[in-house]
Design a protein around this ligand. Structure first.
Ligand SMILES: [Zn+2]
Length: 92
């Protein structure tokens, strides 16, 4: 059974997002593209949050054998988040 995640829109860039509650109890915005990953692979390059709120790092795979699936943090790809960071840096 697939759990339906609450949908939303990023206030910064307007992209569709899902909200996932992490184990720490915080709501985290994630991209809506589901990614398959192989956890603890040698060349891990992707961090995802599963729909159960677990953070898993591994290598992204297209198909075949995978250990987990989930969604990338929207902050990692949001163009508006990068904008915020730049503004912050400029103030210092
Ligand atoms: Zn955004």
């Amino acid at each position: 059974m697939t759990k339906q995640l609450p949908k939303g829109k990023c206030k910064g860039c307007g992209a569709d997002i899902y909200w996932i509650r992490t184990h720490a109890g915080r709501l985290m915005p994630v991209n809506t593209t589901r990614k398959l990953i192989l956890a603890d692979a040698k060349d891990s390059d992707t961090t995802i949050v599963t729909d159960k709120g677990e953070v898993v790092t591994g290598k992204q795979v297209e198909n075949g054998f995978y250990t987990d699936y989930g969604y990338e943090s929207h902050f990692a790809t949001c163009p508006a988040a990068a904008e915020y960071r730049r503004k912050k840096d400029n103030q210092i």
